[in-house]
Design a protein around this ligand. Structure first.
Ligand code: FAD
Ligand code: NAP
Length: 476
């Protein structure tokens, strides 16, 4: 089986298949030289315990039936030039099955004026990638010294990560694996106030209680209380998650407003309509225009929708982050292998991980399996879910692959006929003939060691390399 993407979904599915099929072989292709996906480039540096899942991934990589092939993007043309990526069709003849676990490499957009033109308007994905050393964003120009008020649009856990990183004392992040350039920029930051704005109400917010509690516990950071009419009088009947959020809010922040160096607040019932340039006429953001919303009745239901009132409001801000969800895209070459893609939902249509397409392309149902193609993780179910849910969901896909293989009733890939497939042994020369340099697990271990060595200088676990060139230079 070829696995595309070395994030949690790829590793957990590989683990399940290898532990249930004695003669399985798994080759894992990864765009970047380094593995672990969002565990390395998404999870916040001050959540080191979350990264313990890497131990399991390292264990999978020790299996002699497993091969890691880093620095080998499959099918993508951007940000890799075509000669630096391996067409999907090249893999087809050499495998029985292909697992799509390539996550979400883009983010959703608001499609409002100023989003792509004004300085100071960023995506949360870019900011997160920047502080975590994702090569794509290492040069992001944040100019945090030019901003005092920041606004985060969206109220998921990524939005709270962004707010926490802006509000934390840089010294408290110093021993984490945050990049040194990010620490330096955060030290220069003049951001004193962060608003986290949602289009619906508190009961509908997507963040979880643990992340809310972390923000309320930050040293020196005050919290502007939630507007009273948004709080129900009797939260007793609410689902457990919402009840706990209420309790934590009622308890309030660790730092009193009067003692606070910085401040944050949750704003509700606001949909962004435009990013507005600053009054000084510069090309930098100065405010966001919002439309006020009301909630459809019953307003204290987690599913209640927002309804625009037509009334607008201007909130001043000199820094804005769009945090409204990540987005998966189709890999070029899906058509060659008959793989469908749901553009609207940003996922590969599947039934329990088995990729399916309509029998009749003009009608939705019934669907038939695409032989040998499976999906796992964010590209399987959309860009939501924590590592634990990604794991359980990957196990489901793994179980599906195993039962299809042992049941013998479902077709696998047959591009090369019925003969034995040679996987990486056969693909290897396709990679080298394109001048691409793949990275083995042993080579990743050398990069890992070098990062840990660099980290010692700063008293931290590691100092990440933030460009492919730096990573590859370790191996010369
Ligand atoms: P990913 O982790 O994105 O892995 C996909 C991999 O595929 C990547 O390595 C990518 O480089 C690779 N790839 C992409 N395209 C190609 C290609 N064409 N060819 C080859 N390889 C390719 N969960 C928690 O439990 N705790 C947290 O604290 C937490 N924090 C988070 C913070 C952020 C900012 C985000 C966005 C998510 C966070 N999550 C957290 C959720 C968790 O990261 C996801 O559930 C999980 O990473 C999804 O796994 P995945 O394998 O589907 O995708
Ligand atoms: P998310 O949880 O889906 O939250 C997206 C937010 O964006 C929601 O508040 C949503 O509001 C809002 N939104 C969407 N479209 C919008 C629009 N057009 N205008 C205004 N607001 C809009 O996504 P996420 O924050 O990117 O997180 C992704 C997953 O990673 C989640 O499962 C999350 O739990 C996980 N994660 C976990 C951690 C952690 O465990 N510490 C940290 C980070 C991420 P509506 O609800 O109204 O649509």
């Amino acid at each position: 089986m070829a696995v595309i993407g070395a994030g949690p979904a790829g590793f957990y599915t590989a683990y399940r298949v290898l532990s249930k099929l004695a003669n399985a072989k798994v080759d894992m292709y990864e765009s970047l030289p380094v593995p672990y996906g969002l565990v390395r480039f998404g999870v916040a540096p001050d959540h080191p315990e979350v990264k313990n899942c890497q131990d399991k991934f390292n264990q999978v990589a020790q299996d002699p039936r497993f091969t890691y092939i880093g620095n080998t993007p499959i099918g993508t043309s951007w940000p890799h030039p075509p000669h630096r990526s391996l067409p999907l069709a090249v893999l087809g003849p050499h495998y029985d099955a292909l697992l799509l676990s390539y996550g979400a490499s883009k983010d959703r957009k608001l499609a409002i004026p100023g989003e792509d033109t004004l300085a100071g308007v960023h995506s949360a994905r870019a900011f997160v990638g920047w502080y975590n050393g994702l090569p794509e964003y290492r040069h992001l120009k944040l100019d945090l010294h030019l901003a005092e008020e920041a606004t985060v649009i969206g109220q998921g856990n990524v939005a709270l990560d962004v707010a926490r990183m802006l509000l934390s004392r840089p010294g408290d992040l110093g021993t984490t694996d945050i990049t040194e350039y990010a620490i330096e920029e955060l030290r220069r930051s003049r951001v004193r106030r962060v608003r986290v704005v949602g289009r619906r109400g508190l009961l509908q917010a997507a963040f979880t209680v643990k992340e809310l509690r972390e923000l309320l516990s930050l040293q020196g950071v005050g919290f502007h209380p939630v507007h009273a009419p948004l709080l129900p009088e009797d939260p007793g009947s609410f689902p457990r998650a919402q009840k706990r959020i209420m309790q934590v809010l009622q308890k309030g922040p660790k730092t009193k407003l009067t003692d606070a160096e910085k401040l944050w607040e949750l704003c509700f019932l606001r949909s962004p309509k435009a990013f507005i340039p600053s009054a000084s006429g510069s090309a930098r953001i100065g405010a966001i225009e919002f439309e006020k919303n009301r909630l459809e009745e019953p307003m204290f239901s987690p599913n209640s929708s927002a309804i625009g009132t037509g009334e607008t409001e201007m909130l001043p801000t000199n820094l804005a982050f769009r945090s409204i969800g990540y987005l998966s895209e189709r890999i070029p070459g899906f058509e060659d292998l008959g793989i469908p893609f749901n553009e609207k939902r940003g996922l590969v249509p599947n039934e329990d991980g088995r990729v399916v397409k309509p029998l009749d392309p003009k009608a939705g149902d019934p669907v038939i399996p695409v032989p040998g193609i499976y999906a796992s993780g964010w590209v399987k179910r959309g860009p939501t879910g924590v590592i634990a849910s990604t794991m359980y969901d990957a196990f489901d896909t793994g179980d599906r692959i195993v039962s299809d293989w042992t049941g013998g009733e479902v077709e696998f890939m047959r591009f090369g006929g019925e003969e034995k497939k040679f996987g990486w042994e056969a693909v290897r020369h396709e990679v080298s003939s394109r001048g691409m340099k793949s990275i083995s697990w042993a080579q990743w271990m050398k990069i890992d060691e070098a990062e840990k060595e660099r980290g010692k200088r700063f008293g931290k676990e590691r100092e990440k390399f933030t460009s492919e060139e730096e990573m590859l230079a370790v191996l010369e």
